[in-house]
Unconditional design. Structure first.
Length: 266
């Protein structure tokens, strides 16, 4: 009888754990396949590119050349939508003087495959190699830009590869910290230590600019500060106003000014 009770308890715990993992995955990724807006709508010329990752997944992206650019920006977007939802930001960053490569992770937009953290890191590495080998960008010309979930992708790439600088907008310390906020009644240990920027940021020497809104309703301000406080210098923190997805527009003047000043110091 005791053995049977133990087996039932273990089965119940296994089901609960599996359900938590399901919730964790579903709470992270919100991909949209159809791209409704393209850079040309904002007056930007672009090349539609397809890149093959090391595990043979084909991902899609846009390369927006800028003849005046001293630096190329490799842009990693957040966990929802696709590259077509970032046109306003791409236009501002282009006007700030960057050439830009933005990619859709596997499972997003026209990219093949299934959304997965380890896959996102492979996508980022493939985009990096594309810039180095096809566009002939040098590491000292490359600035990584990560927004929201994309901040963790940018941090991981900067941890493994040489880059000139790192810009993180709406960043968080690690996935577990975010999961606890979303599911406060569940114990911390049931969540995986996913998207762990906190550990990696301590080892990255490249200059860093953190951008975060005090009004952010999705990523708590204190998680961005936690990441910033653990980062190596040189580093800067820009506090802006507005919600998670539109603060860069609400604080457009300080947003662009701070990025331009940060780049001038490199």
């Amino acid at each position: 009888m005791m053995v049977r009770i133990i087996l039932i308890l273990l089965l119940g715990l296994g089901l609960i754990f599996g359900y938590v993992k399901y919730l964790e995955h579903k709470g992270v990724y919100y991909p949209v396949k159809e791209i409704l807006i393209y850079p040309e709508s904002a007056g930007l010329s672009f090349n539609d590119v397809y890149i093959t990752t090391e595990d043979n997944i084909i991902i899609n992206g846009w390369f927006i050349p800028n003849p005046k650019a001293e630096y190329i920006l490799l842009f990693f977007h957040g966990n929802a939508g696709n590259i077509g939802d970032r046109i306003d930001k791409l236009k501002l960053l282009y006007q700030a003087g960057f050439g830009i490569l933005i990619i859709d992770y596997r499972g997003f937009g026209k990219s093949r495959g299934r959304a997965l953290e380890s896959g996102f890191y492979r996508d980022a590495s493939a985009a990096y190699d594309y810039l180095m080998n096809t566009i002939n960008v040098k590491p000292e010309q490359l600035v990584l830009y990560g927004e929201s979930l994309g901040s963790a992708v940018a941090v991981d790439l900067a941890f493994h590869r040489k880059v000139r600088a790192l810009i993180l907008e709406g960043a968080f310390s690690r996935g577990r910290d975010m999961a606890v906020r979303i599911y406060p009644l569940l114990p911390r240990f049931v969540f995986s230590n996913s998207f762990d920027s906190l550990t990696k940021i301590k080892e990255i020497n490249a200059p860093k600019l953190f951008i975060h809104s005090r009004d952010d309703e999705i990523v708590p301000f204190n998680l961005a500060k936690k990441l910033y406080d653990n980062a190596k210098g040189p580093k800067e923190f820009l506090e802006i106003q507005g919600d998670h997805n539109s603060a860069f527009l609400s604080s457009q003047r300080s947003y662009i000014s701070s990025i331009s000043t940060f780049i001038e110091k490199l």
